[in-house]
Ligand binder design. Sequence first.
Ligand SMILES: [Zn+2]
Length: 152
Amino acid sequence: MFITNHVLAGAIAGSVFRTRPVADFSLGFATHVAMDMTPHWGNPQIGRDGFYAVAKRDGLLGLATVALVTVAGVPPRRALLAGMAGAAILDSDKPGEFFFGINPLPKWIDRIHKQIQRESPEGLRTELAAGTALASVVAAISVRRRRSLHGR
Ligand SMILES: [Zn+2]
């Protein structure tokens, strides 16, 4: 799935166990696995360059999402960051290979990560729907937490 969607799911995970960042990280990681097992976008026809063209845009949007959630999110932000990190870490192979020519994931994890993918070009609609729904939930959680923080 798009890293932006993983980050959004991680932000939700980071809102669950707010004082236990390790639990938030683990839940974020679990969302990544579940989302990669769900049919999503992937298109072998576009080749490596086409993939990186999409991945660069998605990566920038994902980074912007991390920044926005961190700034707009309600403390403890450590929990939010832990959830987002847990949700994103399985896709560290892409920037690792693109920028440094290395895949930081252990081979056995990388193998399982590749085997669980359910990608197809038709999965784009799922990605967009998931992104919209996840962003809405993240926004709703932030608004609700902010209100309860200020006693309204
Ligand atoms: Zn993945």
